[in-house]
Every structure is written in C-alpha cells, then in structure tokens.
Design a binder for this molecule. Structure first.
Ligand code: 8IG
Length: 272
C-alpha cells in the first residue's frame, strides 16, 4: 500500500500535469461560503475535479464541490481547493488532510485555511471574519497518527508553537487592520455543541468553534508550509444566541459575505 505522503506526491504530479503549473506559491482551502469570493481573485486558468486525482474522496456536504482551480494573481500561482472533506463524513485524518498534502507537494509554501464557524464571543457577530491565532484540537486524532513519515519528511512529533504564522498574521494586519484574532476549537461534529460544551470551549480560551481546519493546519506545518487561518463567523455558538442553529444560515452567511471575502483575500495575497 502506498503511504499517504507518496499518494500526495502522485496527486501533486497529476495536478501539475493537468494545470501546467510547475509549482504553486499559495494554496487557499475554501470553507463554506468562501468559494465565490475566492474565484473573483483572478482568472481561473484551469480546474480539475478532485475525484480525478489520486487519493481524494468525494465531499458529501451541500456547498462543498471538489475541485482544484489554478489562477495567477500578482505573479503568484494560487491553487484554490474547494470541496473540503471532514472527519464527520467518516473520513480518516489522512483522508482529511490529503488535499493539503497534495498542494504543498505541488509547491505551495503558504497555506490559507478558510472556514465557516460558530462564534463564542457575542460581540463578534455573524458575518465577521476572524483570523485564527491558535487552535485547540478537540478531535482526539491527528494526521500524524499511524506509521512514521518516510525518510525525507519531518518527524511525526511536529512542533506547533508557531502553527499560525506570526509573520503572516503581521502581514495580514498591515493590509486588513480590521481583522481581529481568535482561538479556534476544532470539534468532530457533525452535531453542533451543547451550551455546556460551548462553556467548556470558552473556559479553555476558544473564541471560535468549528469542525475543520485543525488537522489540515497540523499536516501543512509538518510539511514546512506557513499557515494562515481565516474564519467566517456564520452563527453564534449554542447558548450564545437565543436562536437555534441550522446549516441554512451557514450557507446564507457565506452568500451575503462573498464580496467582502473576495475583497479581503485580494488584499491578503500580496503579503502571503
Ligand atoms: I458554520 O456552531 C459552523 N460550524 N462545531 N459549531 C461547530 N461548527 C460550526 C458551527 C458551530 N457553526
């Protein structure tokens, strides 16, 4: 059986061959609501269904279609990864991070992980974007679990001290001073939390709650990429607001925010 690293090399080769892009500079993984804004960054020069690349599993969530789009902005080759897959779809941690391993293997030294999430701080309303300063991995798994990485890769004991790059965050603040920072707690889902679990997350120092991003950040860092995380707060977390949570409001928050998300990404690209 091929190991996950070899598999991502094969996928990266297939992606390069299809797109004609020798080496990417930046990868942006698109969470719910981010796709439309990201596509407005520039002209998409090629697009491939992730199911046509080795090792990818198809997404099962509405609002996530599996594609890797290539575009060039300000002389930088960008891979837009749509169709994120999650643990809660029954995937392993290795399957969840395969898209990120693939784009890093295809050259991307900077990985921007976007998502839609719940907000714990009532003063940060739905529709706000928060930059991830750090995370708390509550999934009880890791993309580093299993066989040790092959020769040539870093050890499985990845240092996560500077997981969300200080340098990239400083750059982001210089072009988007309105961005606040928060700590993202990654749950397995797919159910939303109970109010007691949100209290727990708040007590632990979290300001955002979601079901993605944390494993991808670890895998990207392990491969030496610089990581940025951007969260669109789509709803206030359980017990923070008096209205019940539903997936539709998540999709709607994305639609309403599309233009400003595209504008934000456009400002960020030059500092990535
Ligand atoms: I959008 O309230 C979105 N994703 N865990 N909790 C968790 N994930 C989310 C939430 C939320 N909202």
């Amino acid at each position: 059986m091929t190991n996950p690293y070899e598999l991502s090399q094969h996928a990266a080769d297939a992606l390069r061959e299809h797109s004609g892009v020798d080496s990417y500079d930046i990868a942006i993984v698109l969470g719910s609501g981010w796709k439309e804004g990201a596509e407005s960054l520039g002209t998409v020069t090629s697009s491939i269904a992730t199911t046509d690349l080795p090792g990818f599993v198809a997404p099962t969530v509405a609002g996530h279609s599996g594609q890797i789009m290539s575009l060039e902005v300000a002389g930088k080759h960008i891979a837009l990864v749509s169709g994120r897959v999650h643990l809660y779809e029954g995937n392993t941690a290795h399957q969840v991070v395969h898209p990120v391993r693939t784009v890093v293997a295809a050259g991307a030294g900077t990985v921007v992980l976007t998502n839609a999430c719940g907000g714990i701080d009532p003063t940060i309303g739905a529709g706000s974007v928060v930059m991830i300063r750090d995370h708390i991995n509550l999934t009880a798994t890791s993309p580093m679990e299993g066989d040790a990485p092959p020769d040539g890769y870093g050890a499985r004991f990845v240092d996560l001290t500077d997981l969300y790059s200080q340098r990239l965050r400083a750059g982001a603040h210089s072009v988007a001073p309105e961005l606040t920072e928060g700590v993202y707690a990654g749950f397995r889902g797919p159910h939303y939390e109970t109010p007691a679990e949100i209290n727990m997350a708040r007590t632990m120092g979290a300001t955002l709650v979601g079901m993605s991003t944390v494993l991808e950040a670890i895998a990207a860092r392990h491969l030496g990429a610089d990581v940025m995380g951007l969260s669109l707060v789509s709803n206030l977390a359980a017990g923070v607001s008096s209205t019940p949570l539903n997936h539709l409001e998540v999709l709607e928050a994305g639609e309403h925010a599309a233009r400003s998300l595209g504008d934000l990404l456009g400002r960020l690209v030059p500092v990535l």
